[in-house]
Design a protein around this ligand. Structure first.
Ligand SMILES: Cc1ncc(COP(=O)(O)O)c(C=O)c1O
Length: 493
């Protein structure tokens, strides 16, 4: 629009018109087209030129004045403030060379790295940890967030809060864990963290001293190892087999280390659906592990990342549900049941440890995202979260069957596998195939899967692949297996 010599371009968009007018004025000030002291046309002139009601222009001006961009003059006109909320652009931009490309001091130790590159867009992703993000109950979540953020008492949620997480969410999680996992809990028996990754790191910092020995699964979850190592742990891999962590081997190692005077302090494990093999740790091994932990005063970091997705009978109750002596630190997440981007995980542990975790959390993060936490609590009280979990369990069960069938039909002579009792992935052994080359050939055909070496503590070859079935619909799973078979033919086996 043009009013006298004044031109204002108001962009299209979903924001209310008054906000877009205000935004256009700010953009002009930033660009230097409007300068401190410049007078704006009167509101009537502006409204007529823009074809909007005068109240709309007045609302935009109120917004701009509140933010400190414009002010009314004693003479009744409106002008750009002499002192702006941001510095105006310089006549010529500062030379880019002022930004240093290197650091001018010594860096500390390299952090243990684990962030894998994002797979190419459009690829069929058989990545074990991914839920189907197209099915996230986004509308219910957005509605809950809006309800929370605009409620009469929302202002109470916008400030600093408990580093342990929103109390109402903790209470709701405690009730859910009591119902579904035989954990007798109250809100104060858990801390909500940004993902279980943060929970594990805080736990490691609170429990371990640099140099402490920690046992991990020899095939396992690399980001967890990084968290433990970042806290100074020295990790020792223990074999896993079709029954999960080999507790007998663990016991031998723990006893030997104790005799040698350098005892183990902790064990990190995924007993429900062993990562990556999906094996369920059987009852005798569970009992032996708990007894060993009590006897040798070990902390057990129990990562139960996809508890809800169990298809054969009921999920197995966690180690934490049979732990009267306080050995187990139980880690859970909403990343699988809902979405990783929400960054909501939790840790259940004896209260003296939780208060340390909370104090440490406050050092690096102060608190979680309280509005998201409260919105999630709404989803839980509405029953939406459990409904979603039930829905996804059915969907994933169908996908598990579709993947298993396609593998048998197309690759039955090459791979062998047990249909997983739970989880979101299938562990397929392929002893006669160079699976690393096979995975690369698959990726070239648009199928991303993880070869066994990715999960190996030593990085050695493991003749197996992990095939996630949760994130892709059944036709795409079948197509992926077809492409895997083609890729294998291309390798000449
Ligand atoms: C074994 C394991 N633990 C934990 C997590 C969850 O991490 P977070 O809650 O930090 O998203 C994952 C996710 O991939 C996982 O595979």
């Amino acid at each position: 629009m043009k009013a006298g010599g004044f031109v204002l371009v108001v962009p299209e968009g979903d924001a209310p018109i008054f906000a877009r007018i205000a935004g256009a004025v700010v953009a002009d000030i930033r660009r230097g087209r409007l300068r401190p002291g410049d007078t704006l046309p009167g509101s009537r002139t502006l409204a007529a030129a823009l074809g909007v009601h005068r109240n709309t222009v007045l609302a935009a001006e109120r917004e701009l004045a509140l933010e400190g961009w414009i002010e009314a003059t004693p003479g009744g006109t409106t002008r750009v403030c002499a002192t702006l909320p941001e510095s105006p652009p310089r006549a010529r931009p500062a030379a880019a060379a002022t930004r240093a490309e290197s650091v001018g001091f010594e860096l500390g130790p390299e952090p243990p790295a684990h962030v894998s590159p994002a797979p190419p867009g459009g690829a069929i992703k058989l990545l074990g940890g991914l839920p189907d993000l197209r099915m996230v109950p986004a509308t219910a979540l957005a509605r809950a967030y809006r309800r929370v953020a605009t409620s009469r008492r929302a202002h109470e949620l916008f400030g600093y809060a408990d580093p342990r997480g929103d109390e109402l969410l903790r209470a709701e999680l405690a009730a859910m864990l009591a119902r579904s996992r035989a954990l007798a809990l109250e809100a104060d028996d858990l801390v909500v963290t940004r993902g279980s990754q943060m929970a594990l790191y805080l736990t490691a910092l609170s429990v371990l001293r640099p140099g402490d020995r920690v046992a991990v699964e020899a095939l396992g979850y690399r980001p967890a190892w990084s968290a433990l190592q970042a806290a100074g742990a020295v990790l020792e891999p223990i074999p896993v087999d079709a029954g999960g962590l080999d507790v007998e081997r663990l016991t031998e190692r723990v006893e030997r280390a104790a005799r040698q005077g350098s005892p183990f302090r902790a064990v990190y494990l995924t007993p429900h659906h062993q990562y990556p093999t999906t094996a369920v740790l059987g009852q005798p091994r569970r009992l032996a592990l708990l007894a060993l932990a009590r006897q040798r005063r070990l902390a057990l970091f129990e990562d139960d990342y996809d508890h809800e997705f169990h298809y054969e009978g009921r999920p197995v109750a966690p180690l934490a549900s049979a732990d009267p002596s306080g050995q187990v630190i139980y880690l859970g997440t909403l990343s699988k049941i809902l979405a990783p981007a929400l960054r909501v995980g939790f840790v259940v542990a004896p209260r003296p440890l939780l208060s340390r975790l909370a104090a440490l959390r406050a050092v690096i993060d102060r608190q979680g995202d309280r509005l998201v936490e409260r919105a999630l609590r709404e989803l839980m009280t509405d029953g939406e979260l459990e409904r979603h979990a039930r829905r996804m369990r059915r969907v994933y069960q169908g996908r598990r069957a579709a993947l298993a069938r396609a593998l048998e039909e197309q690759l039955g002579d090459v791979v062998s596998f047990d249909v997983p009792r739970g989880g979101m992935a299938l562990w397929a052994r392929a002893p006669r195939v160079d699976v690393d080359r096979w995975a690369s050939a698959c990726e070239a055909r648009g199928v991303v899967l993880q070869p066994g070496s990715r999960f190996s503590f030593t990085g050695e070859r493991v003749p197996a692949v992990r095939l996630g079935f949760a994130a892709e619909a059944e036709p795409r799973l079948r197509r992926a297996v077809r492409l895997m078979a083609e890729a294998l033919l291309g390798l000449g086996r």
